[in-house]
Design a protein around this ligand. Structure first.
Ligand code: EPU
Length: 349
């Protein structure tokens, strides 16, 4: 501790089961909910970033053990339209807001841009960390600015979209600056009248066709995305999960062609001249893991990329299953899967 803190309440031994969407047990040595900028300023004065763990909606993390850190639950709330210029509205939302609530609010305000990102679990503050994405849109496409507390210097800072180090499911906040910034506010650049519809994703096209919609509004696209996600992904409130457990691997074209000679149905998404991205779900399904259950943990029968907790599973059991899946995919296809979820706690060997 750098100095004593008197302005926040701290819980010792807090049970984190209700704070992670896998619903696994873990205990925090110390825990506090951050409700105001003042509170995070006090924490930054008292602690070093290495001693802190920032928790948002807990929908993209797996506790493999107890975090040996002071856990900060981002509960900053508030949202609003900051400016309107031409066809562009800048919207600001506090980091503790629920992501999907922000999406539905923006649609009620008549704004476009977030519809493809409907029903993604988690908080606003966590969205830039892994550059959330779905159905052809990523957060980086609509992000204007991130405001954060630098826990190292105790100063407020901001990052424009180009400074966030965004990539496929990654950012500076998840890599080089992991744990350094407490994301207090996310500002988004949305459209007011003329909206761009991103409907090239096959499943969206089909959903709109079923509803006879030719010129979809942002709200129509959101409805389609919600329907697809409800069908394909298990609801974390009913069955513990963190969405896609692994990233879709980026492999050399040669590797893709080699696999495709044996499995002509393997699809790919272009990355650059040398590499393509291939679906991890396909690799997992084709090693026979989809729908399997090992005791209290398993793989969703709806989607092969979603590992689930049937109720009493532990983080270590989920991680052990993930490692078995990883080994099968490596053995059969020679492709290394990398987790998309953040692993918290010491990794058992
Ligand atoms: N597939 C299978 N078996 C399955 C499911 C899918 O073989 O059980 C194959 C199909 O060939 C399908 C392909 O995998 O065409 C891709 O599947 P899907 O369209 O469901 O997308 P994904 O690549 O598995 C990614 C994101 C999701 C996002 C969807 C839609 C990652 C790691 N995941 O999944 O994001 O919702 O695209 O855009 O990039 C998340 O990050 O938690 C997440 C759910």
């Amino acid at each position: 501790m750098k100095e004593a803190i008197y302005s926040i309440d701290v819980d010792a031994g807090k049970d984190l089961r209700g704070f992670n969407s896998f619903g696994v047990q873990a205990s925090a040595p110390a825990f506090t909910s951050v409700h105001s900028p003042r509170e995070i300023e006090a924490v930054a004065r008292a602690f070093n970033p290495d001693d802190l763990l920032i928790l948002g909606g807990g929908s993209n993390m797996l506790f493999i053990g107890n975090p040996q850190k002071f856990v900060l639950h981002n509960q900053l709330i508030g949202r609003g339209i900051m400016s309107r210029t031409g066809n562009t509205a800048i919207v600001a939302a506090a980091g503790g807001e629920n992501w999907h609530d922000l999406v539905t609010w923006s649609l009620r305000m008549g704004l476009g841009g977030l519809e493809n990102l409907s029903l993604i679990p988690g908080s606003v503050g966590a969205a830039p960390m892994q550059n959330i994405g779905a159905y052809g849109v990523e957060l980086s496409d609509v992000l204007h600015r991130v405001r954060a507390m630098d826990l190292k210097t105790g100063k407020w800072v901001h990052f424009d979209a180009g400074d966030c180090g965004f990539g496929y499911r990654t950012s500076r906040f998840k890599t080089v600056d992991r744990g350094r910034y407490f994301i207090a506010e996310v500002q988004l650049q949305l459209t007011i009248n003329e909206h761009t519809a991103f409907t090239s994703y096959g499943a969206i096209k089909q959903e709109l066709a079923i509803r006879n919609i030719i010129k979809p509004t942002p709200a129509d696209i959101s409805t389609a995305v919600v329907a697809i996600r409800k069908r394909k992904l298990p609801d974390p409130k009913k069955l513990g999960n963190a969405g896609s457990f692994f990233k879709n691997p980026i492999v050399p074209r040669k590797t893709y062609q080699h696999i495709r000679e044996r499995f002509p149905d393997l699809t790919s998404y272009p990355v650059d001249d040398q590499n393509v991205k291939i679906p991890a779900a396909w690799l997992i399904e084709n090693t026979g893991w989809k729908g399997k259950r090992l005791g209290q943990v398993g793989i969703s029968p709806k989607h092969a990329l979603v590992l689930v907790n049937h109720g009493k599973g532990t983080g270590q059991e989920i991680w052990a299953l993930a490692r078995q899946i990883k080994a099968s995919v490596l053995e059969r296809f020679g492709v290394e899967l990398e987790p998309e979820v953040n692993l918290i706690g010491d990794l058992p060997q």
